[in-house]
Design a protein around this ligand. Sequence first.
Ligand code: C2E
Ligand code: MG
Ligand code: MG
Ligand code: MG
Length: 289
Amino acid sequence: EAKRNGQGMIRQFNQALSQSEQERQALLKDLRDAIVHEKLSLVYQPQFSVLDGGLTGCEVLVRWQCPKRGFIGPDVFIPLAERNNLISGITAFVVRQANKELSESGFLGKSIKRVSVNISAQEFNSEKLMADLLTLLHQSPQLYPYLQLEITETAALSDLSASVRLLTRLREQGLKFSIDDFGTGYSSLAMLKNLPIDEIKIDRDFVNDLLEQPRVRAIVEAVTTMARVLDISVVAEGVETQAQLDQIKLCGCHEVQGYLTARPMKIDQLAEFVHVQWSSVSVQPSVRQ
Ligand code: C2E
Ligand code: MG
Ligand code: MG
Ligand code: MG
């Protein structure tokens, strides 16, 4: 009896496994289809100077609204794409579409002087994918002068000396680099010491803990002090409240990106935002109070 139960459980377990495997395959097929037929879309999240509230740039974020499944976040489909060699297709779409939308908008190089695009670890660590990416970037000449590539600490640290060489070479070609989710890796100081970069983005988790934890405040202060000496700009990401903004300002961060100042938005909203609202948005606590 016990044996039969056991076998039944194993059968159920196998069925569940193969169901989730089938589901995964189906999701992958839909993603592949969305990439091939360009059913992804883009949103842009503005970034502002902490000092004067001026618009400094924006981050491009990819979106997938699946007709069958509804909204699927990049946190879900980017890792899936990475595991299945689809990431370069997504980056190609993001770069081409951002080049098209932003150059048509007319404010590239005017209100918006810096456009950040996320590059996955898998891409950054592959010579072939980076060569492909570079070709693609040169095919987007309107966007190219304003481009900044966001990579993560983990991506840059897997082979530090190779990263230094790559970053040096690409920066000579006019590209800028940002370290995304700064502080979440294990060797943030090694990064600051070695890597030729233009910007770091203090991870949202740090921004969250800033108010309650004096230790975190001390770390962020130290990082911004070092970054200033190294001529690296510091962006605080995921800033949602005025209290957080006040703190990141006290810590000496240069720029802010988060729901408090602006949510990610489609290009036509961005156009409106740039033209109508941006001068009225102030990130200065004294003005908001
Ligand atoms: P990330 O690069 O760190 O992007 C910031 C994420 O924080 C975005 O989530 C953004 O919508 C969200 N965010 C911005 N402000 C706030 C805030 O005040 N509060 C909160 N709670 N969240 C905020 P999103 O768009 O879901 O993207 C998640 C991650 O997916 C990104 O993290 C990035 O790693 C990846 N990703 C997004 N677009 C792309 C892309 O085009 N290519 C690649 N390779 N990865 C991408
Ligand atoms: Mg990013
Ligand atoms: Mg980030
Ligand atoms: Mg993040």
